[in-house]
Design a protein around this ligand. Structure first.
Ligand code: FAD
Length: 482
């Protein structure tokens, strides 16, 4: 992919020294980190695609301190880049010369109300911390993603993160009632509303959710909780292909309705890769299946027999030739083992050499067409390329990943990323889909966004950026082409 890191901005040394002194006086000198070894892990994102630079990372402890830092940067004309857990996959959190602003110390749960079903969490709380706080109160915070031990609520909001339960609960936009944001000039917008109904003008929070830190620094949020599920069923099925998986998805949804919480697919190559490389994984279904679908059903009613319901649906699907075999977890440990087969796939792929990734969505009904056509196009473009298309079929979100042909040089393969992008993204656009379903734009997909997004939408996005951040100092160079 064209993942060249931008040239770092050169800052005036005297101005910078004055700025850091001012910030240190307010937040404490030990929270202004300049040591190269301490900064190093914060300057590269997980896949190593982008390498950044910063004169310092600052760690404010509360909203007023964040406001002070941002106002001081604005006055000095120095860019500021917010960073959460640094698990983002498109390079949005990497600074190129500006100050790095870590939200790590802002990790308090300010309030949790089981009647309102809300939790007020600061931006630096890890996702896991919020899930645990909700569980301790008998509630559920339903966002669930592989990086949940490290990623932070501010990062989840800024990327509008989704995961394995979007089908039932939606992504971060649907899980948020209100926000607190420090604007690029240092003003604090207190939008920490807990209201389900509030028709008082523009929906400002949805500008900041998914903005990847380009419009301001999110410092806290009112997040939506749900009653904790008390019954669940997790099942893995072997099936002939994505069309059959779609038919099974419809059957399950028709019968289970909202109880269908997740529906994921993976191909034989993905399953075999996981079983080969990931310790602690075991084959759950005997026989040779071209595809697999993992379904999860949950209910708040303790007596709901979701396994019986799934069995009923599987019997019909078996009769119709849509599934070849199925297993339903008999315990929480077995359910976890089934999920591990799906969730280890990204890591397992690393053992197969270079991987070119596309995080795309199409209407759910077009998923089988998309997988068939994209596979044909890519295999014709590079004989021997190994397609690994998997993910959230119930949301129409497929991670269309390509593993390098066996024996090919990894760098030579990764050098073909742009050509594969054209094949896959043209097809996605033709099917009415999106070139980024859950990971965002950051640096990685800026050119692709400019190519595929509606031109009027791009103009509106640029106008919003100019209105809120006229000096262009908050996370500059991300999302939009400058
Ligand atoms: P960072 O990586 O630190 O930052 C991401 C972006 O948000 C950057 O642009 C940054 O500037 C901005 N930002 C961070 N904090 C703030 C703030 N307080 N205010 C304003 N802007 C801010 N993503 C999914 O959606 N679904 C998945 O299922 C999923 N699975 C993953 C599995 C693994 C193993 C990994 C490594 C990543 C996965 N991701 C997934 C991607 C990533 O974890 C998410 O995008 C996550 O939301 C990023 O959170 P973070 O705190 O690490 O943010």
């Amino acid at each position: 992919m064209s993942s060249t890191s931008p040239q770092p901005l050169l800052l005036d040394a005297t101005r910078l020294a004055g700025l850091l002194e001012d910030i240190a006086a307010r937040i404490g000198a030990r929270h202004v980190i300049t040591d190269a070894a301490d900064l190093a892990p914060r300057l590269v994102e997980g896949r190593g695609l982008f390498h950044g630079a910063t004169p310092a990372m600052v760690e404010p402890a509360d909203t007023a301190q964040v406001a002070h830092v941002v106002a001081a940067c604005a006055a000095a004309g120095v860019p500021v880049v917010p960073q959460g857990g640094n698990t983002g996959l498109v390079g949005g959190q990497v600074p190129f010369g500006g100050l790095l602003l870590s939200l790590r110390r802002m990790n308090a749960i300010r309030d949790l109300d089981p009647t309102d079903l809300t939790v007020v969490a600061e931006a630096g709380c890890t996702l896991h911390q919020v899930q645990q706080a909700a569980a301790a109160a008998g509630c559920l915070f339903p966002l669930s993603i592989g990086s949940q031990g490290t990623c932070q609520i501010g990062g989840n909001l800024s990327t509008n993160a989704g995961g394995t339960a979007v089908l039932r609960y939606g992504n971060m936009r649907e899980l948020t009632f209100g926000l607190e944001v420090v604007l690029p000039d240092g003003r604090i917008w207190n939008g920490l509303s807990r209201l389900r109904k509030d028709n008082t003008g523009y929906d400002l929070k949805n500008l900041f959710i998914g903005a990847e830190g380009t419009l301001g620094i999110i410092t806290a949020a009112v997040l939506r909780l749900y009653p904790a599920p008390r019954a669940s069923a997790t099942a893995l099925t072997g099936l002939p292909g994505p069309q059959a998986a779609l038919a099974l998805f419809r059957r399950l949804r028709d019968v289970a309705g909202d109880a269908l919480t997740g529906f994921e697919i993976l191909p034989r190559f993905g399953m075999e890769t996981v079983l080969k490389h990931m310790p602690g994984t075991t084959r759950a279904l005997s026989g040779d299946h071209a595809w697999y679908a993992l379904a999860e059903l949950t209910s708040t009613r303790r007596d709901d027999d979701l396994s019986a319901l799934a069995l009923e649906v599987f019997a019909e699907a078996f009769e119709a030739g849509e599934i070849e075999d199925a297993v339903i977890a008999a315990s929480a440990a077995q359910a976890e083992a089934l999920w591990k087969l799906r969730e280890s796939l990204s890591d397992a792929q690393k053992f197969e050499g270079g991987s070119i990734k596309h995080d795309v969505s199409v209407p759910v009904s077009r998923v089988p067409d998309f997988i068939a056509q994209a596979s044909r196009l890519c295999e014709a473009h590079m004989p021997g390329v190994r397609v690994c298309a998997f993910g959230h079929m119930g949301d129409g979100n497929i991670h269309f990943n390509l593993s390098q042909p066996v024996g090919m040089d990894k760098q030579a393969f990764l050098g073909c990323w742009a050509a594969f992008n054209r094949l896959v993204h043209d097809l996605v656009a033709g099917l009415g889909g999106s070139i980024s379903a859950e990971h965002g734009i950051g640096l990685l997909k800026k050119e692709e966004l400019a190519r595929y997004k509606d031109k009027v939408a791009l103009e509106l996005m640029a106008a919003v950026k100019a209105a809120i951040d006229p000096a262009g100092l908050v996370n500059p160079g991300k999302v939009l082409l400058s």
